[in-house]
Design a protein. Structure first.
Length: 95
């Protein structure tokens, strides 16, 4: 399933209009049609399932259905990166 980043807030029933490039990607490149589903995320509200509800020459609209994944802890990427750096340092000292 296609995954797209959108800056808008995500909530049940919300209608999201992707930017021009994303709309072209969905409708022209990936040939998505009304009723096809995509996953949307914005970095704050988790991942949401959405259906293509309208397709036009100037863009498209996606209607959110349900949240598929809760938002992750905002510090998780930094913690993971720190752990990776420490493991690399330990491996370098041991080798």
């Amino acid at each position: 399933m296609i995954r797209l980043f959108v800056p808008q807030p995500l909530q049940p029933g919300a209608v999201v209009e992707p930017d021009v490039d994303q709309a072209r990607y969905l409708t022209t490149v990936m040939r998505q049609q009304v009723g096809d589903e995509v996953l949307l995320f914005n970095g704050r509200d988790g991942e949401w399932r959405a259906a293509l509800s309208e397709v036009g020459k100037r863009g498209c609209k996606l209607t959110l259905a349900e949240q598929r994944q809760k938002a992750r802890d905002q510090y998780a990427p930094f913690i993971n990166e720190t752990v990776n750096i420490l493991l690399d340092m330990i491996a370098a000292k041991a080798g």
